[in-house]
Design a protein. Structure first.
Length: 243
């Protein structure tokens, strides 16, 4: 097991201890969020860290690098991510999605300069993002309580349990060269955060309670992802629903 994997497992274990300590004494209105008091504390911590470090770094990233360069980086990282998406599509027995994602990887790697150019999208090969949390959900594992993880942000108990395997499926930590691995890891964070600069500002300005807005949006998106854009009209958190 890699060093980064061990750190994530320790983080998740510590988080669960704190969660169990915090959930006993707080009254909650939303059945999906029994650990709301603690989650809000972690949310505020993440928000402060974002304002202090991530947001300024993301702004500098967009200011220094021209848009075509940022697009190329985004495409390259996305091509690496498609490998894990393909594996999860296969685990969900989605034959067409698996084949099309394999074709995306092949086309972008060979004709897109290693994935810098997204030739596959121009060929109308749909990009699908799948992770192990979605795979567990596909096979009927319920999300469990909503949680906000330090640094990682919104999640659920199911997605938190799946996170170590998702990290193992990430190809960036598999690079042998330490400098390359570190640069790609940091660039990946900046790529994601720079894409959310306007969205986060709008949410904070418009939402009466940004915490609940983010929570509701995340949970709805995860249901939508697991059901491939066709979620059930009513989703029951308490009963498993195998495909």
């Amino acid at each position: 097991m890699s060093h980064s994997m061990r750190r994530i497992l320790l983080l998740c274990a510590g988080f669960m201890v704190l969660a169990l300590q915090g959930c006993a004494s707080v009254q909650h209105a939303d059945v999906r969020d029994p650990w709301e008091s603690m989650n809000r504390s972690v949310y505020n911590f993440n928000d402060a860290l974002d304002n202090l470090a991530l947001k300024p770094a993301a702004k500098a990233y967009t200011a220094v690098l021209p848009s075509p360069v940022r697009t190329g980086i985004h495409n390259f990282l996305g091509n690496l991510g498609d490998v894990w998406s393909m594996a999860n599509s296969a685990l969900q027995l989605k034959g067409q999605a698996t084949v099309e994602t394999l074709m995306r990887i092949s086309v972008n790697t060979v004709f897109g300069l290693g994935g810098v150019l997204d030739v596959a999208t121009e060929m109308r090969l749909e990009k699908r993002k799948e992770d192990f949390g979605q795979t567990l959900g596909y096979w009927g594992v319920k999300p469990g309580p909503y949680v906000v993880l330090p640094l990682f942000g919104p999640s659920t108990l199911r997605d938190t349990v799946a996170m170590p395997l998702d990290m193992q499926g990430n190809l960036v930590p598999q690079f042998n060269d330490t400098a390359t691995r570190n640069v790609l890891s940091v660039t990946g964070v900046l790529d994601v955060r720079s894409g959310l600069l306007q969205t986060v500002d709008v949410v904070k300005a418009a939402a009466l309670d940004p915490y609940t807005f983010v929570r509701d949006g995340y949970l709805q998106k995860r249901i939508n992802d697991i059901h491939d854009g066709n979620p059930p009209a009513v989703f029951d958190y308490s009963e498993s629903e195998a495909p």
